[in-house]
Design a protein around this ligand. Structure first.
Ligand SMILES: [Zn+2]
Length: 105
């Protein structure tokens, strides 16, 4: 098992999303520390940063590449799901190409 990324507290919502995306690519991963947020303030601050771990070391380089490309395309935001038809859309799209629904910001 190998650590892929440490998220800042502001990015912690992203941790779950990235985990989901990696799993969709067939990469088993898990988030550590996520459950500790409830206890924030009672444990050392640094231990609270959520970490994304890849279970299989052999697919880590691939996970790294995927993560890097997602982080790089972040100006447009992460992929999103159309609330109307459920289509998955890249972050740079402001509306669903399938049904035309506008992205909720
Ligand atoms: Zn749609």
């Amino acid at each position: 098992m190998k650590k892929l990324h440490t998220f800042s507290l502001a990015d912690r919502a992203e941790a779950g999303l990235l985990k989901e995306l990696l799993e969709r690519e067939g990469i088993a991963c898990l988030i550590r520390n996520e459950q500790l947020f409830a206890a924030l303030g009672e444990i050392p601050f640094l231990e609270c940063f959520p970490e994304l771990w890849v279970v299989d070391n052999e697919v880590w380089p691939r996970a790294r590449l995927l993560l890097d490309s997602w982080l790089k395309s972040e100006e447009g935001g992460l992929p999103w799901n159309c609330p109307a038809c459920g289509e998955t859309l890249e972050g740079q799209f402001g509306a669903c190409w399938n049904c035309g629904t506008q992205r909720n910001e």
